[in-house]
Design a protein around this ligand. Structure first.
Ligand code: PHE
Length: 438
């Protein structure tokens, strides 16, 4: 697509909020708490923070800079570095095809709980209610379809009228609601126990697997390693703005929301003495249990699931946009056709992922049901691989100085050291350790 006809963002704030909207999502509010709980609390948090500000930050800047420079989809962006690298763009689209179906399935569960929370009472067996719901062959699928089609509609309306408008409305509401809810939870009895669990590191719990999970969490939560910021950066028209100005808030907000999520969920869980390591079902079992037993709890529960829904939606649309931009730029499809086509693929794949909790629960790959396998493959393998290839392409194959991230020379040098050495070395070491190869 030529630059004159290419769509663009309406304002700087719009790009920032859309990019932050991609980062902030279920990764922070759903995945981060249960991963932290399963991986030893505070020590996981330390590794997560370390990886966020090294690997995460570097990759957000590198991707956005590439997109803003080349103004096309990830295939062209990597092709600009070297024609043989175009395949990395294909990997990005493949990764979005793996993440979007299961991400939207969780989005559908959340949509269901926005409604369900009102019909729950303290007599409900929350664990059974959730597993029966997730395993049912029809109900979760309906919510999944509605959620996915809803996200598709936003993308259908395009960059300025769809994604930018939606992010500008959703993101501020999200932060306000999150602050209100965290404040409420911190007032519960014994909330302090949860805060201690969240912040106290226990390094004896750190294994290769924990390290890999922490890095995977960063890739997933920051949305790096699959060309999202290349894609969003490609729609930035204003060439006077620097990458660091636009993208700095992304990582800061992402880490902040994860911290707020921890400060909301762990105090609640400890205060009510419910099991902290319930895995992906943590927020669907433990939290409703708490919400039905505090004054105005159902209202707060409703708020909580609405926050999740908003956060999830701004991330899903970014997953969509990678594939849609690819289909428009490389396959010369119209945006509308691309949205319909990609939705159909994800609805199909997601149906099997949903059934992996019920009818297909016996079908396992490497001991994991389809849902867990998709999540593992995406976060721990595909995204780090995409990130590593980005580091190699930008840090080693591209001539230094061709991608300007900072106006300040020292900061720019720092970025070049990070993309060439720090980020790739961390990724390789953690991958090798996690896969028990070292
Ligand atoms: N970062 C999003 C979240 O935290 C999830 C996501 C992952 C979105 C990868 C896009 C790409 O929920």
């Amino acid at each position: 697509m030529t630059e004159t006809t290419r769509a663009s963002w309406g304002s700087k704030l719009g790009v920032m909020l859309a990019a932050a909207g991609s980062a902030v999502g279920l990764g922070n509010l759903w995945r981060f708490p249960f991963c932290t709980a399963q991986n030893g609390g505070g020590s996981f948090l330390v590794i997560y923070l370390l990886c966020s500000f090294t690997i995460g930050l570097t990759l957000v800047f590198a991707e956005a800079a590439l997109g803003m420079k080349v103004k096309s989809d990830p295939t062209d962006a990597f092709g600009w570095i070297h024609p043989k690298l175009k395949f990395i763009g294909g990997l990005c689209v493949f990764t979005s095809m793996i993440i979007l179906p299961y991400y939207s399935l969780v989005g559908g569960w959340i949509l269901a709980y926005v409604v369900k929370i009102f019909s729950m009472s303290s007599a409900t067996d929350f664990g059974t209610a959730f597993s029966d719901f997730a395993a049912s062959p029809v109900e979760p699928l309906i919510f999944f379809y509605v959620y996915l089609v809803g996200s598709a509609v936003v993308v259908y309306f395009g960059i300025q009228n769809g994604i930018e408008k939606f992010s500008k409305i959703m993101m501020p509401i999200l932060f306000i609601l999150l602050l209100v809810l965290t404040g409420r939870v911190l007032m519960l009895d014994r909330a302090w126990e949860g805060v201690k669990f969240f912040f106290r590191p226990d390094f004896s719990k750190l294994t290769g697997e924990t390290l890999m999970n922490a890095m995977g969490q960063v890739f997933f939560s920051v949305s790096v390693g699959m060309g999202i910021y290349i894609t969003y950066g490609s729609y930035v028209k204003d060439d006077t703005v620097t990458v660091s100005q636009l993208m700095r808030p992304v990582i800061v907000l992402d880490v902040l929301v994860s911290l707020l999520a921890g400060l909301m969920i762990f105090p609640a869980v400890f205060s009510f003495n419910v099991p902290v390591n319930a895995g992906p079902s943590l927020i669907f079992i433990t939290l409703p249990q708490i919400f039905v037993s505090i004054p105005f709890g159902r209202f707060f529960g409703f708020l909580f699931f609405v926050i999740l829904l908003g956060a999830a939606a701004t991330s899903s649309i970014s997953l969509f946009e990678v594939a849609v931009t690819f289909m428009c730029d490389q396959m010369k499809m119209t945006r509308q056709k691309a949205v319909v086509g990609f939705s159909a693929v994800c609805l199909f794949v997601g149906t099997f992922v949903s059934l992996s909790f019920g009818k297909l629960s016996g079908f396992k790959i490497g001991g994991k049901i389809l849902f867990d396998q998709f999540d593992f493959l995406a976060s721990n393998i595909l995204l780090p691989l995409g990130g590593l290839l980005t580091c190699i392409a930008v840090g080693w194959i591209l001539k230094s100085g061709r991608l300007i991230v900072f106006k300040n020379g020292i900061m720019q040098k720092g970025f070049e050291i990070c993309i060439k050495w720090i980020a790739p070395v961390f990724i390789v070491l953690i991958l090798l350790k996690g896969l028990e190869l070292i």
